[in-house]
Design a protein around this ligand. Structure first.
Ligand code: ADP
Ligand code: ASP
Ligand code: MG
Length: 434
């Protein structure tokens, strides 16, 4: 079997969903589990709706609710020609809209918007997109089966950033998904959302549909986990910031993990975690250019590549320096994932944090910063010494605040003043073309 995950832009409107239908149809004989995101922008709308409702801003909330409803209704009307399936899709949208309206009114009464209520509100996005897509697939003659991810994606109750329970997800996937795949069904489910053992809706965190796909892939021993998005793979730099960036045909799990952690939005940073355990290849593909081979993310780095393959820049960071026994323990446990790098030596300590954590430390020990990550498959090997030297020298032209190298075998980190980040990134990117 394979897992095929389609992101928000890929299911953003009827035109995009039509392309997705074609791609799924083409792979229908590979026992696909199709994992969908919400239509682009909807998760933001739903979170905003929850907030407006809890603040009792009824006019604004109603306006947003209508916008959400109208968008999905339009998708049904434009996507599905067959009257029976179109009406069925419209009915499902209507039911979800009514449930969301009721939920929004409930929040207005309670005047409370907890992480738990945010997760329930956000879940409507993926539930809507998958219901519509399933009816469209059936109308196209695909033997589609809609599955509520909350039956399978068991998580803890850390709302808005829940942790999955792999052994449970494995058991539940084999119970609810495998029999359908064996019957020849194309199973369609939601990314991003899950539920606790008590059935309370949770989410895996923003951008979490990639992670859902990888979890299901690992649970079902997939041949491949496909991440279909709006670019043709993992690029040598963010294509929006570096226009001449190019697609990297193959990279290792470690490189993908570092790049996504240090800012390549194309993958949720935890995506490769479940894939590594089962050694399942992850392929990043473009819905809008489906013949492009994309990027294959595999276990082993290319043994003959001694270059730098990609560069990322994480902005809005804070560099904290001190020479006492200070440490990250001041930061609450659930925020520690926003500590991006640490370095300690005798009598000196340096930490790069998300700017939102700077409140935990004295301002006089901090500097605003951007964190650059240059990655390559074999950076610690002797034959990479030449390119590392070039990278150090390129970055040194931009007045760096610190370098960190060696903690990861595939990346070199540099801390820069915010105003120097972009220029240093462009300079390092030139090395990816050598
Ligand atoms: P989806 O909705 O399909 O999950 P995302 O918007 O989350 O898509 O991720 C895809 C986007 O990631 C691309 O449109 C691109 O702008 C951005 N991106 C940032 N860095 C990179 C990179 N190194 N390679 C590819 N895309 C990147
Ligand atoms: N819809 C969710 C989000 O926007 C999850 C995802 O798209 O991956 O964060
Ligand atoms: Mg994404």
């Amino acid at each position: 079997m394979i897992v095929m995950k389609f992101g928000g832009t890929s299911v953003g409107d009827a035109k995009a969903m039509r392309l997705v239908l074609k791609i799924v149809e083409k792979h229908a004989d590979r026992q696909p589990l199709v994992v969908l995101s919400a239509c682009a922008g909807m998760t933001n709308n739903l979170l905003k709706l929850a907030q407006l409702s809890a603040e009792a801003k009824k006019t604004d909330a109603d306006e947003l609710l209508l916008k959400i409803y109208t968008h999905h209704k339009t998708v049904c009307e434009e996507l599905i020609e067959d009257e029976v399936f179109k009406n069925s899709a419209l009915q499902k949208v209507e039911n979800l809209y009514l449930a969301l309206k009721q939920y929004s009114e409930g929040l207005a009464l309670l005047k409370e918007c907890t992480p738990r209520s945010l997760d329930t509100a956000a879940s409507f996005g993926e539930r809507l997109s998958t219901e519509i897509f399933t009816q469209a697939a059936l109308a196209k003659g695909i033997s589609a089966e809609w599955l509520d991810a909350r039956k399978v994606m068991r998580t803890d109750s850390n709302f808005t950033s829940a942790e999955f329970d792999m052994p449970e997800v494995e058991v539940l996937s084999k119970e609810h998904i495998t029999p359908q795949l064996l019957k020849g069904k194309v199973v369609i489910t939601q990314g991003f959302i899950g539920a606790t053992a008590k059935g309370i809706t949770t989410t895996l965190g923003r951008g979490g549909s990639d992670l859902s796909a990888a979890i299901y892939g690992a649970a079902l021993d997939a041949e491949e986990i496909q991440i279909w998005t709006d670019v043709s793979g993992v690029f040598s730099a963010d294509p929006r910031k570096v226009p001449n960036a190019h697609v990297i045909p193959q990279m290792s799990y470690l490189e993908a993990r570092d790049l996504s952690f240090y800012g390549a939005k194309v993958l949720h940073p935890d995506t490769v975690r479940p894939a590594i355990d089962k050694n399942i290849p992850v392929r990043v593909l473009n819905t809008f250019d489906s013949e492009h081979p994309g990027t294959a993310i595999v276990s082993e780095p290319d043994p003959n590549d001694f270059g730098i393959s990609a560069v990322t820049l994480k902005e809005n960071c804070s560099l904290y320096r001190c020479n006492t026994g200070e440490s990250a323990s001041r930061i609450p446990r659930d925020e520690r994932e926003k500590i991006y790098a640490q370095l300690r030596s005798e009598g000196a300590y340096l930490m790069v944090l998300d700017a939102s954590l700077s409140k935990y430390f004295p301002a006089e020990n901090q500097t605003a910063a951007s964190l650059l990550c240059a990655s390559g498959p074999n950076l610690l090997k002797p034959r990479s010494a030449d390119v590392i030297q070039k990278a150090f020298s390129a970055i040194s032209q931009h007045d760096p605040l610190a370098f960190m190298f060696g903690t990861s075998a595939v990346s070199l980190l540099a801390v820069l003043k915010p105003e120097n980040g972009q220029a240093a990134m462009s300079e390092v990117h030139k090395l990816t073309e050598e």
